[in-house]
Design a protein around this ligand. Structure first.
Ligand SMILES: [Zn+2]
Length: 449
């Protein structure tokens, strides 16, 4: 009988959070020493894992663990992913407790960068395996753990997700299921609900720019490069891509409808196709509906000349786009071309198309349903689209059954949150359930359904 020791899980997560593995956009700037400290920390926390599984460092500091199974199972391997890196901690003065203190307050809330995103996943996977080994368990299938080190920079050159994917592909490994961070369980309208992310949007950063003759700012033209660019960006905001209902969003709305408190929203979501016109109108006002119906683009950074009295020769903004499943980078750029004035040019800095939408009929999905249903009888499932992105997208082409899911066993009761903002925190009372979920998954993956 496996015992779940909360204090032990807290200690492990604290040790990980206390190492500031902040990712950097420039692969040359990777804080290798911090990641090595984290690797050392994992060895100390999980001696049985490190004695039993094969550990490899891939690329600069990605971790790939292999738990070789007995081979009795006919299921393709299971891959668990998470990222070792965290986003920068932001203004220290705004944190209740120092961002890398992993302080646990009197209510059992642990504060720190990476507590929810996503060191709690690494902690839960490894604690589950450590407990299973202690219990004498060996899987009948092969289990892989892949932990990147620059997930938070959303790809680009040197993306660890791509390096790990290529390594698995090179070895001819195909996956029965891949599971990444995000998703979890909550209570809505008095009922348990599990949100499983079956799709995510694509991503693009562009530089939009106007080149012009510079010169002395005392002799300005009516509109200089920055002024013209301002108009171009305004045009881009005014003329967004057309809203549309894509299949994963239709599926999500229908599953979500019964749990909506607002009667009007419940009605709309229960028949999205029939209410398409209203939803399109709503997208104009609601940022939430808008991101479900549109490929979005928003300017996030801007630059003119280097000094106040110099006219800009190159004025530029960086835009960030999130691409709806079913649309592509090419569609987005065609839209830019149709909206931007002729003198505005653009270039793609980095980006990727949305990954394929995962199946809700697969063995893996049904196993997740079965395990959750035993813990929370009658629980409902909402297969959802993520507006953000995860490294799991890299592994889609390795899963012939389209079984890539973003899901955890974390119970969200409003006491955990703050990913990417100050005061990121996790309710340590959820740690036992989370580890238990992975113990169930790892010990039952491959069983007949
Ligand atoms: Zn994350």
């Amino acid at each position: 009988m496996i015992q779940y020791d909360k204090e032990r899980f807290i200690r492990h997560l604290q040790a990980m959070v206390q190492i500031p593995t902040v990712s950097s956009a420039d692969p040359e700037q990777t804080r290798t020493a911090e990641f090595e400290k984290l690797h050392q920390c994992l060895e100390e926390c999980y001696p049985l894992v490190h004695r039993t599984l094969k550990k490899e460092i891939i690329g600069k500091c990605a971790l790939l663990y292999t738990w070789k199974g007995s081979g009795k199972s006919s299921q393709l391997p299971l891959l668990m992913t998470a990222h070792q890196d965290v986003v920068p901690e932001g203004d220290h003065a705004m944190w209740k407790y120092p961002p890398f203190s992993a302080h646990v307050d009197e209510e059992g809330i642990m504060y720190g960068r990476g507590t929810t995103d996503s060191k709690c996943n690494i902690q839960a996977y490894l604690d589950a395996i450590e407990l299973l080994i202690e219990d004498g368990f060996t899987p009948e299938y092969d289990l892989y753990l892949a932990f990147g080190y620059n997930e938070e920079i959303m790809g680009g050159p040197g993306a660890a997700g791509a390096i790990l994917h290529d390594e698995l592909q090179k070895r001819g490994i195909q996956l029965g299921m891949a599971i990444d961070e995000c998703g979890g369980i909550s209570v809505r309208n008095g009922r348990h609900v599990a949100e499983i992310f079956v799709s995510e949007k694509g991503y693009a950063d562009h530089e939009i720019y106007i080149n012009a003759k510079g010169g002395h700012s005392a002799y300005p033209p009516l509109h200089n490069a920055l002024g013209k660019l301002g108009k171009a960006v305004y045009d881009l905001e005014e003329h967004r891509m057309a809203p549309k209902l894509c299949p994963p969003v239709i599926q999500q709305m229908k599953a979500d409808a019964p749990f909506r408190k607002d009667e009007a929203v419940r009605q709309l979501f229960s028949d999205p196709e029939g209410n398409e016109e209203v939803l399109r109108e709503l997208a104009e006002e609601s940022a939430l509906i808008n991101q479900m119906l549109r490929t979005t683009t928003t300017p996030t950074m801007a630059k003119g000349s280097d000094q106040a009295n110099i006219l800009p020769e190159h004025a530029s903004v960086i835009t960030n786009s999130r691409i709806l499943p079913g649309e592509t980078l090419e569609d987005l750029e065609a839209h830019f071309r149709s909206v931007l004035p002729e003198e505005a040019e653009f270039r793609l800095i980095k980006g990727h198309n949305p990954p394929p939408v995962s199946s809700t009929e697969s063995y893996g999905y049904r196993l997740l349903q079965k395990i959750m249903n035993e813990k929370y009888p009658g629980i409902s499932f909402i297969p959802s689209m993520m507006a953000g992105g995860t490294d799991s997208r890299y592994y889609s082409d390795l899963s012939p059954s389209r079984s890539v899911y973003r899901f955890t066993g974390i119970f969200y009761d409003g006491k955990s949150g703050g990913a990417h903002s100050v005061n990121e925190h996790i309710d340590t009372n959820v740690l036992c359930d989370n580890v238990e979920f992975y113990v169930n998954l790892f010990s039952r993956y491959g069983e007949e359904l």
